[in-house]
Design a protein around this ligand. Structure first.
Ligand code: SF4
Length: 353
């Protein structure tokens, strides 16, 4: 395994991003079960090497020295509780840049971690706060996993994970794949792939790659509108991978998984909330097995869009349902982070002082 030894470098991988095999390579003189023991501790999200009580002191020291005494690359800079009970963490990364992650709890008590995959986002969706920040860099698998650990140590066991925070996960697939492998490993955290969702703006090569090689997680796509010109205006991704190409990719993924795909539609009162918009969406969907998540656009400072009224949202929903489409209307839990990638709140920034 090639790893640099400077923990400030992005290529340095901290323990929570390492597999059993990679840990074993760091402990060449030890029996194989030592790496498994270390992996079990890191999967539990320990914060220091001294906690690894079933490892002999010299092994702990070896690991501690390898990671310069630090189990984690990042730290929690700020914690924010929404009145609806969701918890948002602002994470300071090793280079001073910042991401957010959120823990959402539904009425059945199911806890979902919403994780970021990039610092900022290069996709530039017109209605999105994250998009307006630009793109700084990809996160490593360790930085993704640390978000999960920070949330779990504050709120207990997490049942679901969505890659729906900052960034376009399909543009950071190697790290997202690695994080999914760690999250779903029965020897570690053990979350079922069916409880892990990747949310994309519609990066077709990523969807096809996932269709070919897996992992076969749940897929969510920010569609927003089925009007090609409007989608290109709102979501520049549509200029590169237009709606028809996107639909073919979704059909390929669905053939592999036979699972329902989630289509997210951020509804903006003065942009895509008309009857014609709803009907165009319904007919675009036709060959796909989907659930549509409708999200009322959340106000973002400096953007002149309008939040649709509850009556507009209800009417839009009823039109889709009248065409036999399964619709879930997302409330603004955690300021809407469950709705679509990048719909994080007004504290969002890409670096911290
Ligand atoms: S909506 Fe998602 S893909 Fe689009 S800019 Fe925001 S974070 Fe990026």
């Amino acid at each position: 395994m090639s790893m640099s030894v400077n923990p400030q470098e992005e290529t340095f991988v901290f323990p929570s991003g390492l597999s059993i095999e990679e840990l074993a390579a760091l402990l060449p003189d030890q029996p194989a079960y030592r790496a498994r023991q270390a992996y079990a501790w890191f999967s539990r999200g320990i914060a220091d090497f001294a906690s690894m009580t079933n490892l002999p002191r010299p092994v702990r020291d070896t690991l501690s020295a390898r990671f310069h005494g630090k189990v984690r690359s990042s730290s929690v800079a700020r914690e924010m509780e929404d009145p609806d009970g969701s918890l948002k963490l602002q994470i300071r990364l090793r280079d001073g840049s910042a991401v957010e992650c959120v823990l959402l709890e539904d009425i059945e008590g199911r806890k979902t971690a919403c994780l970021s995959s990039q610092v900022g986002c290069p996709m530039g969706c017109a209605f999105c706060k994250t998009g307006s920040l630009g793109f700084l860099r990809n996160l490593g698998a360790d930085e993704i996993m640390e978000q999960f650990h920070f949330l779990r140590e504050r709120r207990g066991a997490i049942s679901n994970v969505v890659f729906m925070g900052m960034g376009e996960p399909m543009l950071n697939l190697p790290a997202v794949r690695k994080a999914i492998a760690l999250l779903s490993d029965p020897e570690g955290i053990g979350i079922s792939l069916r409880k892990i969702t990747i949310s994309t703006s519609g990066v077709v090569p990523g969807i096809l790659d996932l269709a070919e090689k897996g992992p076969y997680v749940r897929l969510a796509v920010s569609l927003t509108t089925a009007d090609p010109a409007l989608r290109s205006e709102l979501m520049p991704v549509n200029r590169k991978w237009p709606l028809d190409t996107l639909k073919q990719a979704l059909l390929s993924y669905q053939q592999r998984t036979n699972d329902r795909i989630t289509l997210e539609a951020v509804i903006i009162g003065n942009v895509n909330a008309s009857d014609a918009d709803a009907l165009a969406l319904a007919s675009w969907i036709a060959p796909l097995k989907v659930q549509v998540n409708l999200i009322a656009w959340n106000p973002v400072e400096g953007m002149e869009y309008q939040t649709p009224s509850p009556a507009q949202m209800r009417h839009f929903r009823e039109l889709l349902e009248s065409r036999g489409i399964v619709v879930v209307q997302r409330m603004s839990r955690g300021r809407g982070v469950m709705g679509a990638c990048g719909q994080l709140g007004d504290t969002l920034q890409t670096s911290l002082p």
